[in-house]
Design a binder for this molecule. Structure first.
Ligand code: GDP
Length: 299
């Protein structure tokens, strides 16, 4: 399936390298083995703390025993599920009226594509959608989002070039309320300026949304490029703070062998990865499910 396909690069590293550790029948779990497994896990960019937790789990449950590859894989899978566990529903929907979802992230991360994927997902769940093209500083972003809205058959609100993103966000939410639309997805500027500017701008957009729906935005999703691996995390932390993010959309997981970054994000940002992007098409997208993710990783 799409998820398995999307995680192929990461899965290949894990599965091939772990299999290589078991050339003979079984292996004694000693310090040498623990170092080897640690090196493999590091390759997938899970981050120090998560790798340590996984290696510790193997050490405490298996040290001194001779085990099979299946035993190691099962232990890793269980511990990973535990590290990645999160609540069932990826989206906090409004009790009544439109649900407002704000989407942020730096240019090139995959924000526009992820918005299209979200819109497609909502639509296929029978929900109506309106997009707010709030990345008004980039004409190309507005254009691209307009193309997606046509292709997917969802409404869009755009502003004059260089209009303030907050005014577009305001009008998009206004339209969602007037049309009784289920979900309003608001794009935001992707320029990585100083943190102060970024915070001011994102706050204005939040305020514009909250002016009409006091408890909104219901979700603030941060789109991260998985191919940047651990390097993306410090940038993510800035955004998360500035925008009050509620979750991560991890795009381009299909383009990297560093899919373990999902684990690092969960651990270091304390934010759930809510959706993953595994390709350029609007169907190449999934709500993050820790069981499915772990299974696909070791498939
Ligand atoms: P934005 O600048 O953040 O709005 O980024 P875009 O949505 O325009 O995406 C930048 C590039 O990454 C485009 O070529 C997209 O097709 C590509 N892209 C976005 N998401 C994914 C994904 O999940 N997988 C792959 N392989 N490519 C993606």
């Amino acid at each position: 399936d799409r998820l398995k396909q999307g995680l192929k690069k990461t899965g290949r590293v894990l599965n091939t390298d772990i299999r290589d550790l078991f050339k003979s029948e079984g292996r004694l779990i000693d310090e040498a083995f623990l170092e080897e497994i640690r090196a493999i896990l590091f390759k997938t960019d899970m981050g120090f703390v998560s790798v340590q937790a996984l290696v510790d789990e193997i050490a405490t449950t298996m040290r001194g025993r001779v085990v099979q590859m299946e035993d190691i894989v099962a232990t890793l899978k269980n511990k990973l599920r535990e590290l990645l566990a999160q609540s069932e529903s990826p989206i906090e929907y409004a009790a009544s009226g439109p649900t407002a979802v704000m989407v942020c992230g730096v240019n090139g991360a995959g924000k526009t594509t992820s918005i299209a994927k979200l819109a497609h997902m909502f639509k296929s769940q029978g929900k109506s959608v309106v997009l707010g093209a709030g990345d008004t500083f980039r004409a190309a972003a507005v254009e691209q989002l307009t193309i997606w809205s046509n292709r997917l058959g969802v409404a869009i609100v755009t502003g004059e070039p260089k209009a303030h993103p907050a005014s577009v966000a305001y009008r998009a939410v206004e339209k969602a309320i007037a049309d009784k639309t289920d979900v309003c997805i608001v794009d935001t500027a992707g320029r990585l300026q100083t943190q102060v500017n970024l915070m001011t701008e994102l706050t204005k957009i939040r305020d514009a949304i909250a002016k009409q729906i006091p408890e909104a935005p219901h979700e603030v999703l941060l789109v991260l490029d998985a191919t940047t691996g651990q390097n993306g995390i410090s940038q993510a932390a800035k955004f998360a703070e500035a925008a009050g993010c509620t979750g991560i959309v991890l795009a381009k997981l299909d383009g990297t062998a560093k899919g373990g970054v999902v684990v690092a994000i969960r651990q270091q940002l304390n934010l759930p990865v809510k959706f993953i992007g595994v390709g350029e098409q609007h169907e190449d997208f999934a709500a993050f499910d820790s069981n499915q993710f772990v299974d696909a990783l070791f498939a």
